[in-house]
Design a protein around this ligand. Sequence first.
Ligand SMILES: Nc1ncnc2c1ncn2[C@@H]1O[C@H](COP(=O)(O)OP(=O)(O)O)[C@@H](O)[C@H]1O
Ligand SMILES: [Mg+2]
Length: 271
Amino acid sequence: MKFLPDVQGLQQTVPVSWHGGLRAERACWQGTPVFVKTLDTTYPDLRLRFEHEGAVAAMVTHPQVVPLLARTPAQLIFPWIEGETLRELVERGPVAPDAALRITAGVLRGVTALHDRGITHQDLKPENVLLAGASPTAAAVRLIDFGMSHARDLPNDIHGGTRMGTPHFMAPEQFLGVRGEPRSDLYSVGVLLFDCLAGQPPYEDALAWLAGLPQRRLPLPGPAALHSLLNHAMARDPEARPSSAREMLAELTQVAARLGVSLDPETSPAP
Ligand SMILES: Nc1ncnc2c1ncn2[C@@H]1O[C@H](COP(=O)(O)OP(=O)(O)O)[C@@H](O)[C@H]1O
Ligand SMILES: [Mg+2]
């Protein structure tokens, strides 16, 4: 990763999105397609958050986490991942259990690498999981977007509860302002797996409990062998969840074995 004063030579820039003072574009840089996030505001709070996002992205190197190629005070450059987001896959309908297990295994491998480095992502949701080559496999997973993350080793936690994640995928304690709790990410991964299998998240109104209203969860989707894993990860009390991403991955690996699903098939199954 290069820390540069300025990025020169971005070509063929195509807008992807603009919100919250951040511009996202696809471009060509040094001969390769890249995804560029540019800070487009002078608002100091957003500048601090952007620096934080860049610092976190620079801390991790893992095949299931998008690498940061270069960074300036106002730009983050990542390789362009050709494929789709997990959101796009789920929009087409429920994901088959073998593919859902493989994708979740890829997510947990990336999350394990983050947690080992003292980082909690805090905004794991289908929009922030890319599938390279649109392949529903563990190896295709690329975790993105450290805009909400918490890092043990960075001096300031600049969020202070000012920006919220997506309610459906947020752990209950996150609504209460708890940050830096690795098991919050495990709750989100549990909801992610549920969302893949059901084609929708578990609660229609993810905020009902905050208002003291009863919250009705949709029936657990997928094979019964998966249900204890879903219940374990989505426990409201963090203490009742798997104790680490590694432990949750071990549990998922056992369930996959019981279901006869290979998490890393050597060759793709014949069409
Ligand atoms: N490296 C990448 N390659 C291709 N598309 C990407 C890449 N990173 C992000 N995207 C796309 O851009 C969207 C927004 O990026 P993200 O980093 O999540 O920013 P935001 O803070 O706006 O959520 C993602 O949901 C995804 O669709
Ligand atoms: Mg995002």
